[in-house]
Design a protein around this ligand. Structure first.
Ligand code: PLP
Length: 471
């Protein structure tokens, strides 16, 4: 399996080469040259597999430069009941007639990002040991990515984490989760600014190829292909749990920010998994909903990016969206470059409304979208508690609301549960008047000593900090 860049760079790479990289050299995102196709006989075989073995089967189609026995061992070590709480790893339950919740948030940091990041930690350690190399991971987080990365990489040999986050914008629980880690290889950097400033810093540092090489900078942001690939697995696992046979269509609703999670759904669907609709659920930061409604992709300025009660979806641009648009425009790299380099660069938007490709987003690729407000979120949390005695976090609530708008009789709708409610306790208190129960291991974490430095929103300041602190 070879990987190409969405922006047309002539080089082709193997999985382990892009594993430790972020963007392609031309600023594009890596994608496989083609999506492996899964036939019904294969689906039938996979249906019976435990999660770790299903993961191995799917990853094997995309990874041919790790010996199968090693890859199998990595999957087995990653997806255990001990780490994820149940043998199913991603248990599905029916909430109401035809609407299901797929639990993706029972890993170490209580958000779905653990699903990919725990695998990434083990892949990184394996590959770095094999090369006798070290890596300094630079990341940007508005909460869940950072903690998932830190819990996946803590104590891992050959890896340091430098995680930027917008100062004061994460929930107290999220801050405590990250900043209380005392591991020497974990560095928390609070940036004076918003999440997009953090993302821009990561991009600026990664684009400084000299610095990147000298300090062996890598990334674990959602543009990392291995993360996206790991997420493909739970679409299959969700599908198998929601159906009794492989001829039934299923739809998924995905609380979305950077378009990583739902892009994995797009990959699963492109492989032949019978997914009918992929519903992209957004909050007030609705750049994706706007695109799927109108064909106009208009990135927002930092000042127009709202701070919402589903903060992990507070984005002004969706960093993985380019992957989907590449497929949407028929993998035409020149056209892709015009949209993402010329149009976005010059005017901050592109317009596909009059392009025949836009219709394909819904008709051929199955995309729909929805949008929620703070009031919707509270109403959904209350309603779900009242009618089903089930607590959902604000992101999952955004998903539920969008899902209900797209129900089709006879087609199961699986809503991806992206975090546990305790991570966003303030909003649960606002909705229900009481805090959700907290897992024992997280009791009192806000009071623990914190390990964090504060820096301005300036790539040079972050570079200087890395240079000083990387061994
Ligand atoms: C990261 C995150 C999202 C958004 O996922 P993307 O892959 O960026 O679209 C949604 N909900 C929660 C809880 C998250 O942590």
């Amino acid at each position: 399996m070879n990987y190409l860049s969405t922006r047309g760079h002539p080089d082709r790479k193997r999985f382990c080469e892009i594993l430790l990289e972020g963007l392609a050299p031309d600023g594009g995102l890596y994608l496989p040259e083609a999506y492996p196709q899964v036939d019904t006989a294969t689906l039938a075989k996979w249906r019976a597999l435990p999660y770790a073995e299903l993961a191995f089967e799917i990853l094997s189609l995309y990874i041919d430069d790790i010996p199968p026995a090693d890859l199998k061992a990595i999957c087995a070590k990653t997806y255990t009941a001990e780490v994820f709480g149940t043998d199913e790893i991603v248990p599905l339950r029916e909430l109401e007639d035809g609407v299901y919740l797929e639990a993706l948030s029972n890993g170490p940091t209580l958000a779905f990002k653990d699903m990919a990041m725990q695998l990434l930690g083990n892949l990184f350690e394996y590959e770095l040991a094999r090369r006798g190399a070290e890596l300094n991971i630079l990341g940007a987080t508005s909460g869940d990515t950072g903690s998932a990365a830190e819990y996946a990489m803590r104590g891992k040999k050959g890896v340091r984490v430098f995680m930027t986050s917008p100062d004061g914008r994460m929930s107290p629980f999220q801050q405590a989760q990250m900043f209380s880690l005392q591991d020497e290889n974990i560095h928390n950097i609070a940036i004076t600014g918003v999440f997009d400033d953090c993302q821009d810093i990561v991009k600026a540092v990664s684009n400084d190829l000299g610095f990147k090489r000298k300090y062996r900078i890598g990334t674990v942001n959602s543009i990392n292909w291995a993360r996206l690939l790991a997420q493909v697995v739970y679409y299959f696992a969700g599908y198998f749990q929601a159906t009794a046979s492989n001829d039934k269509p299923v739809s998924f609703t995905v609380p979305s920010g950077n378009f990583g999670n739902v892009c994995a759904g797009h990959v699963a669907r492109s492989m032949g998994l019978p997914i009918q609709t992929l519903v992209v659920a957004t909050n007030e930061n609705d750049v994706l909903d706007e695109f799927f409604r109108t064909g106009v992709y208009r990135v927002r300025a930092a000042v127009d990016t709202h701070e919402t009660s589903s903060p992990s979806m507070d984005i002004s641009k969706a960093s993985n969206f380019e992957r989907f648009v590449f497929d949407l425009v028929g993998r035409d790299a020149a056209k892709l470059r015009k949209l993402f380099v010329d149009d976005l660069g010059l005017q901050g938007s592109f317009d596909l409304s009059a392009d025949p490709a836009f219709k394909q987003a819904a008709e051929r690729f199955g995309f729909k979208s929805g949008r929620s407000t703070h009031a919707d979120r509270l109403a959904t949390i209350r309603d779900t508690d009242k009618r089903f005695a089930t607590l959902v976090d604000p992101h999952t609530a955004d998903g539920l609301k969008a899902a209900r708008e797209q129900l089709v009789p006879g087609v199961p709708m699986v809503v991806l549960e992206t975090a546990l409610p305790i991570k966003f306790a303030a909003t649960l208190v606002e909705a229900l008047g009481a805090e959700p129960a907290r897992p024992k291991k997280f009791e009192g974490i806000e009071a623990l000593p914190k390990r964090v430095v504060k820096l301005p929103a300036d790539a040079e300041a972050v570079k200087a900090y890395i240079a000083e602190n990387c061994g």
